[in-house]
Design a protein around this ligand. Structure first.
Ligand code: AVJ
Length: 325
């Protein structure tokens, strides 16, 4: 996942300006009170590899559960999609989920993965074309959090959006609604959207998923410090911070923090930031919804609920929505 709200299709970032944004965000975030950093910076090469490991952990139920629902409900999704529809995926990580879905959608005419990382998209498109020779694969280099236009020839086509993984959970509810509205503007009236949404559940199950016994999620969180040290000339001792994840029930979200084990001052590119013992950097929110809570949010953003499917244990949900005018 490479989400950067400030990069647009029309102004591709050079590595320099990307680093400039990263530094500005880190200085801002460590200078703020309470301290916070944007979750999108987890995903450098090491962070992406750690996230892949997370998805295979026994405690991390979302990925395997969503794959199960996609397998089980693929035919239902196919029945809702008009024949010859093109599928637009917003942000494309691994293609595992797409591949599960494609098995069930022989009538699909084209697949348009949207991502800010052009190199990644082109690589992915190449392998997909090899595996699905009849499918038109048309990568779109764009920031999906902002309105962008689909390539010529796709406007006016039957369109469906795909947004798996509960990535929507990383956005504040108001931002999530705004994002769904952006998707609606891109896809147009009558379009369908299939998205994965993690559900509210027992605190112990939620907290274990974000604080696994093997320590992979801790390593994922702490990798942010390693990345700051490497890319931004940071001098932060990763061992002086501890991973913390808990369910904030009032806000219905998992929060991840990096907690300073002692009072200390850290330096990043020449600027100093003081930490009290126990003071934390808030590194991620992962919102959890009820089925009705998510339907209401979608409705506010102009999407009607067609169907919502869950696994037998009610851990995760897959929603099929339709864009109203
Ligand atoms: C990729 C945002 C869906 O919130 O579950 C996993 C990221 N963070 N473990 C999630 C994540 C810690 C993940 N999303």
């Amino acid at each position: 996942m490479t989400i950067d709200p400030r990069l647009t299709a029309s102004s591709p970032a050079t590595p320099m300006s990307e680093n400039g944004l990263f530094l500005a965000d880190v200085w801002d975030g460590l200078g703020a009170s309470p301290k916070a950093l944007p979750a999108k910076y987890f995903y450098d090469a090491a962070g992406s590899a750690l996230f892949e490991q997370i998805t295979a952990l026994p405690e991390y139920y979302p990925t395997r559960t969503e794959l199960g629902i996609l397998d089980e409900r693929g035919p239902d999704i196919a029945a809702l999609l008009p024949d010859g529809a093109a599928l637009v995926e917003f942000g494309s990580g691994s293609t595992a989920k797409l591949r599960r879905l494609l098995r069930h959608l022989p009538g699909l005419s084209a697949y348009l993965p949207v991502d800010v990382s052009g190199d990644f998209l082109r690589e992915q498109a190449e392998t997909l074309r090899g595996d699905f020779p009849d499918l038109t694969v048309e990568p779109v280099v764009a920031d999906f959090t902002r309105p962008f236009t689909l390539p010529e020839g796709f406007k006016g086509r039957a369109l469906a959006g795909f947004f798996p993984g509960s990535t929507i959970g990383n956005f504040e509810p108001g931002e999530a609604a705004r994002l769904l509205d952006v998707f609606g503007r891109i896809l147009g009236t009558g379009a369908m959207l299939v998205l994965g949404v993690d559900l509210v559940k027992d605190r112990a199950v939620l907290e274990a998923a974000y604080d696994d016994a093997a320590g992979v999620t801790a390593a994922f969180n702490l990798n942010l410090i390693t990345r700051i040290n490497r890319e931004l000339d940071g001098e932060i001792d990763p061992d002086s911070f501890a991973h913390r994840a808990f369910f904030n029930e009032a806000a219905s979200r998992i929060e991840m923090h990096l907690v300073s084990r002692r009072a200390q001052t850290v330096r990043v590119a020449g600027r100093s930031f003081a930490f009290a013992e126990g003071e934390s950097i808030h590194t991620e929110n992962s919102y959890k919804y009820t089925l009705d809570g998510f339907r209401a949010l979608a409705a506010r953003a102009g999407w009607a609920s067609l169907e919502a499917w869950t696994d037998p244990d009610g851990l995760f949900s897959l929603h099929a929505l339709r864009r109203e005018d």
